[in-house]
Design a binder for this molecule. Structure first.
Ligand SMILES: O=C(O)Cc1cc(O)ccc1O
Ligand SMILES: [Fe+2]
Length: 503
């Protein structure tokens, strides 16, 4: 990035997509997970001593963004200092906005309406991206599928889908309700934030924490993806236990943006949308919120390329639990129990011996929301499509469909095979009960025939055959027993090392 970090959006605004695309490639990032980062778009714009000197360099305003309580233990404490042209407080009053038609939900607890829990397995075909003349951006095209708890009491989570056909441009968004983990499935995004820009393509994810202002612009015609919002806690890397110090998502592969400000936005008016307790509010301001010339701290957005995930798996026998593929976890108060885990099913070799290799049939006290970024998912070769979703609530039985079962249990031999270079499924797994919204339950994309994928599972257990086999076995055992009694009485032939009698 140049000395005065010029915006790639500037070039986009000129309509020169080729140049713009080139410069998106050259965006810089700071590597590492949870690091304390110092970043200047203009040299010398961070104070040389302390956080808030009487006058900041170049007349900038100092503003702290606290992601945790001031007094949170040091290991968990997160905050950043932003040095900006004008402080965020310089805006017209906020007013409620209703354009989302209550599609974004933040309260799944008491007093919440039209929410459903069901023991039925649910699957959705991909949601359509908006077509036609109406412009729908990331915020206007977002709706809640399910969730638990309540943003107002900072407990629980929500899962949303976004469908967009236009950039947010001069709209900026901040979520006071929690952190967003965004999983793009279709369409690359330019994510402008107060901390700098990130280009995020399908197969990458990004996290924007509580309160941080950001805008999502489209680098392709349309965009579709999934969002996991946590109302409590933070995403952390999972402990690795006996795996050791390395593997799964490696910290060095997480990328935070570097300081950048929007030159052309300095004098442009912006709409700032603020989500609070599940409601949206809008305020106007006469300048870009992306006016941060330098920042330092450990509270900053980041992105991660799922292709960097380093899977651990069976090299002997049996199908391990999917927790081995945890990318990020948001832990509850109970050790090892997640408010929400983000788990991927990446390209990998499958090598286990005498093992039914796809996922086992199971009932889980955790609830599992799944999505598919690309390719096919190993347990469901059809029906679960890229952009589609499924939900198996607490203890709802599920597992591979009939075809997958029949194929995998009849595969001859134990040859290693690659499950596919072009696949990437994921799961949001939670110990809470997801409640489904009207938008999810009434969606035209809901697959009413989902249950049929298991109806073909035949009973292979045939009592007559089993009895015959048992009889045959006990006959054999009797004969063996008689033979060995005879040998004990009359002496057995001496064996050589290979188990053959020595003549
Ligand atoms: O249900 C699923 O497909 C997810 C899943 C995958 C796996 O390998 C083991 C258990 C599990 O819940
Ligand atoms: Fe499962």
């Amino acid at each position: 990035m140049s000395f005065f970090a010029t915006t790639t959006r500037e070039e986009q605004a000129k309509g020169d997509m080729a140049t713009a695309a080139k410069s998106y490639e050259t965006l810089e990032y700071a590597s590492g997970f949870g690091n304390h980062i110092s970043s200047e778009a203009v040299k010398g714009s961070l104070p040389s001593k302390g956080n808030n000197p009487k006058k900041c360099p170049y007349g900038l305003y100092a503003e702290q963004v606290s992601g945790t309580a001031f007094t949170a233990p040091r290991a968990k404490n997160q905050r950043s200092w932003l040095y900006r042209m004008r402080p965020s407080v310089t805006h017209e009053p906020f007013h409620p906005v209703t354009f989302t038609n209550n599609k974004i939900i933040g309260n799944f607890g008491e007093g919440s309406n039209n929410l459903v829990t069901t023991p039925n397995q649910i699957r959705w075909l991909p949601f359509d991206v908006p077509k036609g003349d109406s412009k729908v951006d990331f915020i206007r095209g977002m709706f809640t599928m399910c969730g638990s708890g309540c943003s107002g009491s900072k407990s629980g989570f929500a899962i949303h889908i976004y469908l967009a056909n236009s950039s947010m441009d001069n709209t900026s968004f901040a979520n006071a309700d929690g952190d967003f983990l965004v999983v793009p499935q279709e369409g690359s995004l330019l994510v402008r934030t107060e901390f700098g820009c990130m280009k995020v393509k399908p197969g990458e994810i990004f996290v924007v924490q509580r309160g941080i202002r950001f805008s999502v612009d489209l680098l392709d015609d349309v965009a579709r993806g999934y969002i996991l919002e946590i109302f409590e806690g933070r995403f952390t890397l999972p402990d690795l236990g006996p795996i050791g110090a390395n593997g799964l998502a490696n910290p060095q592969d997480f990328k935070s943006p570097v300081a950048w400000f929007e030159r052309e936005g300095m004098q442009q008016s912006y709409e700032v949308i603020h989500k609070m307790d599940g409601s949206l509010f809008s305020a106007q301001q006469s300048f870009s919120p992306y006016n941060v010339v330098a920042w330092h701290g450990n509270y900053a957005p980041y992105k991660y390329d799922l292709d960097n995930f380093c899977p651990m798996n069976a090299v002997g026998y049996d199908h391990p639990d999917p927790s081995i593929f945890t990318v990020l976890t948001c832990q509850s108060q109970e050790p090892g129990v997640a408010v929400a885990d983000f788990v991927v099913f990446p390209p990998r070799w499958s090598v286990a011996e005498n093992t039914f290799r796809p996922p086992y049939y199971h009932r889980n006290c955790m609830s599992e929301f799944m999505g598919l970024i690309r390719g096919e998912y190993e347990a469901k070769k059809g029906g679960f499509l890229p952009g589609g979703s499924s939900l198996h609530l607490c203890m709802s039985p599920h597992g591979p469909d009939t075809t997958t079962f029949e194929n995998a249990s009849n595969v001859p031999g134990d040859e290693p095979h690659h499950i596919g270079r072009d696949t990437m499924a994921f799961m949001f797994e939670t110990h809470l009960f997801p409640k489904l919204t009207a938008a999810a339950m009434a969606a035209p994309t809901i697959d009413r025939d989902y249950y049929k994928c298991w109806l073909g599972l035949k009973q292979h257990f045939d009592l007559n055959e089993v009895e015959k086999t048992i009889l045959k076995l006990s006959d054999q055992q009797n004969q063996n027993h008689q033979r060995s009694s005879f040998q004990q009485a009359h002496g057995s032939p001496r064996m050589n090392g290979a188990g053959s009698p020595i003549k």
